[in-house]
Design a protein around this ligand. Structure first.
Ligand code: DU
Ligand code: SF4
Length: 226
């Protein structure tokens, strides 16, 4: 598959009845400031080039943010902060994110979230988390260049570790806890196919490059998460 094909499937997903209802309800009620909008009200796909070495994982779309605009972190308070920071780092073509056709381009970074539909109170249930996780796992499988993952919050941290564990990365037990600036480097399990690396970094901590992520044929294949 390709990221585009995956996106086509994702936006048709209706697996979580409560979230299907909520994403539509937000678009029916709307906020005063967004009266003129036709809300996206569907699953929000990952955004940014698939070959990016850096992946950012949030939590879920905001009901009147990404659920309205159809693009990750676009049109909400968190996004204002995030895109301004990415712009400062040279990873975004502009500091603001207003709509799907505002011209914003990302360089070297992709943004996704472990739950793709807006949940009430920004809190998905454990069942919704588990139901949506395969979409993240499939997305990760189509992003072979990922070397580092920045998790914006504990939910994203846990989800990414679960997905990476399922993809053959050795995730320590017990699971290291999320923390701002927390960092973790992962290794590939022996005997599993090597297809690239990934790192995760928590919250404001930022990511570093995983040195040996794709080192030739040696026994070392590393990815950092933190
Ligand atoms: O409490 P938490 O879900 O672990 O989130 C930690 C931190 O990240 C909090 O300051 C909110 C922020 N955050 C966010 O801005 N956007 C997201 O999608 C998830 C978390
Ligand atoms: Fe489908 Fe995920 Fe949305 Fe649930 S949250 S309906 S699994 S896309």
């Amino acid at each position: 598959g390709t990221p585009e094909a995956l996106e086509e499937q994702l936006v048709r997903c209706r697996a979580c009845p409560r979230l299907v209802a909520w994403r539509q309800e937000a678009g029916r009620v709307r906020r005063e400031a967004f009266r003129e909008w036709t809300y996206w009200s569907r699953p929000v796909p990952g955004f940014g080039p698939p070959e990016a070495p850096l992946l950012i994982s949030g939590l879920a779309p905001a009901a009147h943010g990404a659920n309205r605009t159809g693009r990750m972190f676009t049109g909400d308070r968190s996004g204002e902060f995030l895109y301004a920071a990415l712009y400062e780092l040279g990873l975004a073509s502009q500091p603001t994110a207003l709509s799907r056709d505002d011209g914003l381009r990302l360089r070297g970074v992709r943004i996704t979230s472990p739950v793709h539909c807006a949940p009430p109170g920004n809190r998905p249930t454990p069942a919704e988390r588990d139901t949506c996780l395969p979409w993240l796992a499939r997305e990760l499988g189509l992003l072979p260049g990922v070397r580092a993952v920045v998790a914006l919050g504990g939910f994203g941290w846990q989800a990414v570790l679960t997905a990476l564990g399922g993809a053959g990365w050795q995730v320590p037990r017990p699971r290291p806890a999320f923390g701002h600036g927390a960092r973790l480097t992962l290794r590939r399990a022996e005997g599993r196919e090597r297809s690239g690396g990934a790192q995760a970094a928590g919250g404001a901590g930022g990511a570093t490059r995983a040195g040996g992520a794709r080192e030739a044929a040696g026994a070392r294949d590393e990815a950092g998460a933190g």
